[in-house]
Every structure is written in structure tokens, then in C-alpha cells.
Design a protein. Structure first.
Length: 388
């Protein structure tokens, strides 16, 4: 079963829902945003469907769906608790402590941020909302001076982003302070099959401009990345699966892999793959439809998918909006598109409501790799123009 909710549905997902006729919850957003040819079912029918499936095999493009699940089945239901173990950052750290004993963490109420000192933590740390999304309010702090700067703005910036999403998705009430996890960062889309074994559908290398950069600006994938990382990531997710029964659960995992090859989780987000339309990079790069594999409970044939893709790198750039635009200002998409030598598609966002202008999917070759650095260093405000 599928739950499609705000803020966005991609045309890849919509086309799949229409062609497959998979059951789709008829909530307000889906009814307005998805073709009427889709197989809509009522809330009551959706509840019965999930009960028959033992509350498994439900996918949502948006964490907004969590509120429907808790309202329909209760916060104490098995499905809601399973989601909460992953969504609540402190609970996730506690549940995985036996696997990663070197990761320390503590919860900090927002009311205590102003009096929290760097010395009381005693080491460099990451601070982020206990319930968060799109890296809002996430900061790396290495020195007392950096903490003073972050301390002055973290609650305000988190609250500003939280206004655009339900409390189940992001809120500014509580933060988690945790160890810095070193290594290269990757994002992974996967689900757990009927045997509770992981099925990997996406492996994306998360590139940053610096150690302090915590943004979601650039992700890349290639045959080399998948071939090198697939097996160890499957082993990592197998260890996670051993902690519970996650059959039929889709997840978006953010991990770091250090120089010794050890994998540690930053977080694992339940019920979905990469947010908004990001997971579609698998379709644009390899022709892999993540929705189809989840719905049909199938495993990708990576050897076949990667054949002939050896020299290509596929990238997804997030074009962020740093500040609100006036009614007289617009973002010049035409000028932005000229940055790319091989733009696959540009997904325009409602930047009046959300802090994003677009998602850009593009391909680079060894000769055009500088476009990756360009995205990382680019100031999106240079494409803001007067409407007249």
C-alpha cells in the first residue's frame, strides 16, 4: 500500500501508481496531486488492508504519513512504535547501542540550549533536532567559539523550518548531542524482505564542501560506488535487522564509512526512501524504479543494471533557498539550467512555501566533473531576479 502526502510527488512515482494500480490512500494531497486513474482507497479500506498485511508493506513518499498511522492505529500500535524507534534520534541511538557502543549521545531540551556549555560536553559533537528532516538544525561543533555561534541560532532556524512540516516530521522542542562519526557519508534506500533481509535500491555518496557543511546539497552515484559499497552495506543492514522484525519496512539510511571500512549509522528514516523526489536518481541513472521493486518485493539485478555505466556519474543537486523572496522576486530557472552540460531533469519546487528552489538531476563524465564542485560552491541567490 502507498501513502502519498505533502510536500511533493514525482512524476515517476505517479506514473507507477497509475500503471500498477497499487492501493493508494485517498488523503487530501493524493486526491489533488495524483491522477484520478490511480487506485484510490478510503482511510477505512487502507486500515483493513494494513491489518491483512500484518501492518507491513506500506510505503510513503513523505513522513507526513506518520500522523495518519498514529491517528488511525494509535501511538502505541506496533507499526507506530516501529516507526518511532527510527524517527526518534535518541531512541534509535539507544536501540542500536549494542552494535555501536562508541557512539555517545544525550537529549537536550530546547530550553537548556542557552545554558549548555561546550565544556560540559567535553569534546567536538554533532547537534540536531531529536525529530528532524532535510538536515535542518544539524550542526557540527568543534570548538567553544563554534558552539557560541550555533547556540545563538539553532533553535530559531529549526523552528523556522519546522513551520512547513508536521510535528511528527520535524520539531524544535528537543535536540540530540552525539559523537562525531568520521568517514565518508552515504545515503541508502532499502527495504527489508519477507525474511527480514535487506534489499538495497540506492547507494548515494554524500559530498560536502567542508567538515562543517551539514547540508543535503549534493549526492552522487556510479557503478563504482555501488560495486564497492553494496556488500558491506547489506551486511550493516543485516545487523540492524537482527534487532527487530522489520519485514516490509522501507528505510532511508544515512551512514558513514571510515578508513577501516567500519559502517556507523547517522540515522535511519522509516517508511520512505530519499525524500521529496531524490530517490528517483536510481531511475534516471540505472532505469531502476524503486517503487516497483518495493511493491513487487523484488531484488535488483545490479550486474545487469550497471552494465555499460562504468564511466558515468549521476548526481542530484539540491538548490536551497537561504532567505524568503519578496513578491517581486523570482528564481531564474532558465539561467540555472545553463550550469549543466548534461542535465537530465529539473524538478522545480514551490519556493514560496519551502526552503528549496529545485532538485537538479544531471550526469557528469570524467571531463565535466567540475560541475559537482560548482553545485557545492554555488550561491543560489545569484539566480534570483526581479519579476518585472
Amino acid at each position: 500500500m502507498f501513502i502519498i502526502d505533502e510536500p511533493y510527488i514525482s512524476d515517476v512515482a505517479e506514473k507507477f501508481l497509475v500503471e500498477s494500480q497499487m492501493p493508494l490512500l485517498a488523503n487530501d494531497f493524493a486526491s489533488q496531486s495524483v491522477s484520478s486513474a490511480a487506485n484510490f482507497i478510503s482511510s477505512a479500506e487502507a486500515a483493513l488492508h494494513l491489518e491483512k498485511e500484518n501492518f507491513r508493506w506500506v510505503y510513503s513518499n513523505s513522513e507526513n504519513a506518520i500522523s495518519w498511522i498514529t491517528e488511525t492505529f494509535g501511538a502505541d500500535s506496533d507499526l507506530a512504535k516501529k516507526i518511532d524507534v527510527f524517527k526518534d534520534k535518541a531512541k534509535f541511538r539507544k536501540s542500536t547501542a549494542s552494535l555501536f557502543p562508541d557512539i555517545t549521545f544525550r537529549k537536550v531540551p530546547a530550553t537548556e540550549i542557552a545554558t549548555l556549555t561546550f565544556e560540559s560536553i567535553g569534546r567536538p559533537f554533532i547537534i540536531k533536532p531529536n525529530v528532524g528532516f532535510i538536515s535542518a538544525g544539524v550542526h557540527r561543533v568543534d570548538t567553544p567559539a563554534e558552539w557560541e555561534a550555533v547556540q545563538a541560532k539553532i533553535c530559531q532556524e529549526t523552528e523556522a523550518t519546522a513551520c512547513a512540516f508536521p510535528g511528527e516530521v520535524i520539531n524544535s522542542d528537543t535536540f540530540v548531542v552525539e559523537s562525531i562519526i568520521e568517514g565518508e557519508e552515504y545515503a541508502v534506500d532499502a527495504y527489508f524482505d519477507e525474511d527480514n533481509k535487506p534489499v538495497v535500491l540506492n547507494i548515494l555518496y554524500h559530498r560536502f564542501s567542508s567538515e562543517q557543511d551539514m547540508s543535503d546539497r549534493l549526492y552522487v552515484t556510479s557503478a563504482k560506488i555501488i560495486e564497492e559499497r553494496l556488500e558491506p552495506i547489506e551486511e550493516f543492514l543485516t545487523d540492524i535487522a537482527a534487532l527487530g522484525d522489520y519485514k516490509g519496512l522501507p528505510v532511508h539510511a544515512e551512514i558513514r564509512i571510515d578508513k577501516e571500512g567500519r559502517i556507523r549509522p547517522i540515522e535511519i528514516n522509516p517508511l520512505r526512501f530519499a525524500g521529496w523526489c531524490s530517490t528517483d536518481i536510481a531511475y534516471y541513472g540505472y532505469g531502476l524504479n524503486v517503487y516497483e521493486h518495493f511493491a513487487n518485493r523484488t531484488r535488483p539485478d545490479w550486474a545487469t543494471l550497471l552494465k555499460g555505466k562504468e564511466s558515468a556519474t549521476y548526481a542530484m543537486g539540491v538548490v536551497e533557498r537561504a532567505s524568503t523572496l519578496s513578491d517581486e522576486q523570482v528564481f531564474d530557472y532558465g539561467a540555472f539550467e545553463k550550469l549543466f552540460s548534461s542535465l537530465i531533469t529539473l524538478r522545480k519546487m514551490n519556493y514560496r512555501t519551502f526552503p528549496l528552489y529545485a532538485f537538479a538531476f544531471f550526469e557528469v563524465s570524467p571531463e565535466t566533473e567540475e560541475e559537482l564542485d560548482l553545485i557545492l560552491s554555488m550561491d543560489p541567490s545569484r539566480f534570483v531576479r526581479d519579476a518585472n
